[in-house]
Ligand binder design. Structure first.
Ligand SMILES: Nc1nc2c(c(=O)[nH]1)N[C@@H](CN(C=O)c1ccc(C(=O)N[C@@H](CCC(=O)O)C(=O)O)cc1)CN2
Length: 287
């Protein structure tokens, strides 16, 4: 069997077209345009690329955007001051601090400082709590994008076993929550899981987001399973691959996301979707 590809780039393109259309409507009515503020602390080359791409995405759909590129020596106090100013800025609907931040800055303190109404990453404890209660909220972009891809691929959840490998705040834990809310029976595997193999072998839906190649053996994939690879690794020649050995995984799976062109573009698209949602809610009930 050769799995069908779940084309994240194409799906993201469709979503961006919808958002562009929504912005055109706002413009035609003379209304304010949604705005995103992106903060990068330090000079990590990959983060610089993501921030640049996020701004390009904003330009593509017609959002306003501002980038705050701060030196690696920026203090936590200075960063929190900037967030306070952006929280108070009515032209800003979404605030995002690109992760990871340098070690002298506490990630949780920074995330908690962002107004939950502008937390377009969906990482604030208030928004995570609302998600866990199935209340409308800003949802973490990567799992939100994956659920969107699964829905569009016609996936069903009730009575099915989903295994999520990796328990990070950004991917694994909110992913497990999304799958649980969708009706799947969910297993989360993490660094203390002793024997990964049976959990992978029994998964109808497998999401791998470990950030390390080779932890999940593609030979373990259940024939016909839907496989989502969230990993991203760049080798010396610049080639980008996922956590899984793709050729073997594709032989066993029923549907699979490629890397690149799978989850990554959807993560970026969901950031725009969240910014539009934040804008809409703020227009309805400004703080
Ligand atoms: N504040 C946040 N920080 C980080 C997040 C996040 O969601 N919020 N996620 C990652 C990085 N990330 C977005 O920020 C991200 C990474 C990769 C891609 C992507 O489109 N990847 C492409 C390949 C890219 C390439 O070739 O260079 C793909 O998979 O096709 C999007 C977003 C950590 N930090």
């Amino acid at each position: 069997m050769t799995a069908a590809l779940i084309d994240g780039k194409a799906e993201a393109g469709l979503l961006l077209d919808e958002i562009t259309h929504a912005v055109e409507n706002l413009r035609a009515k003379g209304q304010r345009i949604p705005g995103l503020a992106v903060i990068l602390v330090g000079e990590d080359p990959a983060s610089q690329i993501y921030v640049r791409k996020k701004r390009e995405d904003c330009a593509q759909v017609g959002f306003t955007s501002q980038a705050h590129l701060l030196s690696a020596q920026t203090t936590q106090h200075e960063l929190l001051d900037l967030i306070d100013r952006l929280n108070a800025d009515d032209t800003v609907d979404g605030i995002l601090v690109q992760l990871p931040v340098p070690q002298h800055i506490d990630t949780e303190t920074v995330i908690e400082r962002i107004s939950p109404t502008k937390d377009v990453d969906g990482f604030h404890p208030y928004n995570v709590g609302r998600l866990s209660l199935r209340l409308p909220t800003l949802r973490p972009c990567t799992p939100y994008g994956i659920i969107h891809l699964l829905d569009r691929a016609g996936e069903t959840y009730k009575g099915r076993h989903a295994t999520v490998v990796g328990a990070s705040n950004i991917v694994g834990r909110p992913m497990a929550l999304e799958l649980l809310l969708a009706g799947a029976t969910v297993t989360i595997c993490h660094r203390f899981t002793r024997n990964l193999r049976p959990y992978v072998e029994s998964a109808d839906i497998l999401v791998v987001g470990v950030g390390k190649r080779g932890i999940v053996n593609s030979d373990w994939i259940k024939p016909g399973a839907t496989v989502i690879d969230v990993g991203m690794h760049r080798d010396k020649s610049g080639r980008v691959t996922g956590d899984l050995e793709f050729a073997t995984a594709r032989e066993r799976a029923g549907k699979i996301t490629p890397v690149p062109g799978g989850v990554g573009p959807m993560t970026r698209a969901m950031l725009l979707q969240n910014t539009l949602s934040a804008y809409t809610r703020r227009q309805r009930s400004p703080e």
